[in-house]
Ligand binder design. Sequence first.
Ligand SMILES: C[S@@+](CC[C@H](N)C(=O)[O-])C[C@H]1O[C@@H](n2cnc3c(N)ncnc32)[C@H](O)[C@@H]1O
Length: 301
Amino acid sequence: MTHTHTARQPVHHDRPGHGPAPEDDSALPEMLDLDAALGAPVLAAALDAAQRALTTVPRTVVEPRTIVDLGAGTGTGSLALAARFPDARIHSLDAAPQMLHRLASAAAEAGVADRVSTHLVDLDGDWPAAVPLGVDLAWAALSLHHVTDPERLLRQVFDVLRPGGVLVVTEFADVTTYEPADLGTGREGLGDRVVSALAAHGYPITAEWTSALTAAGFSPVDRTATSLIASADTTDGARYLELNLTRNRDFLRDDLNDSDLTALDAAIATLKEGTSGIRCTSGRAFWAAVRPGTTDTEARR
Ligand SMILES: C[S@@+](CC[C@H](N)C(=O)[O-])C[C@H]1O[C@@H](n2cnc3c(N)ncnc32)[C@H](O)[C@@H]1O
């Protein structure tokens, strides 16, 4: 069984990860699940990077036994980590109870509930108190940009990792493109105008973590650029694009003119009908960062 441990009152953070968040963000869990389905190749590549990085420091254990998933959401990372590392216990941390409920159900369904523990904690607080020391692998997917003081979080992660332990961070990278440019509506450049209007508001939230990871003491730090592709050719892709464009349309209602808003409505309608040919490429990057050093004790584990 998964258990939810409450270390402190969670703080609600509404800084969005998947573009601007509407006031009622009930679609976010579904978006995260769709992100997981469409982002499976990105996730697999990040897991490969974790596995490679765990072999960086000679004479330390390579198979992780203790893993923390920081800002675990609906459990995309936690479940993939449990599948990739069958000897590991996963500690899934999040400040949103509804995310952890969903994660616990998914863990039970996947038959890994005995290895997955949920912790209702604030990553801006004393979350290390909730996890064991000597963590082998820490995972922060699309969550680092949510915290108030990411540098502090990185130092905390460094301290909970064992020497030779690895942190993998995944974040949005700056390229988002829609094809065709008119989103199938005849309004030339509509997709680019959506991207530019979002960029003017600072979305997607992207950050370069290489220097912050290095400053926290990690070495080596490897960055890989990749992308998630959502295409209306598939049911998941069409639904993802429908939710994505609906969120963007609501958020940009004061930035786009009436003709663009009407065209966006038409594009959303074709996604609902299953007749759309839209494709969106969302830039992603992941970092694999190693806490350097080894001890004889760790080498013998
Ligand atoms: C965009 S989601 C990513 C979820 C998951 N890692 C994934 O890849 O699907 C960000 C998650 O971070 C959580 N979060 C944001 N700020 C937090 C904080 N201060 N403490 C704990 N969790 C937080 C949110 O509740 C949300 O589940």
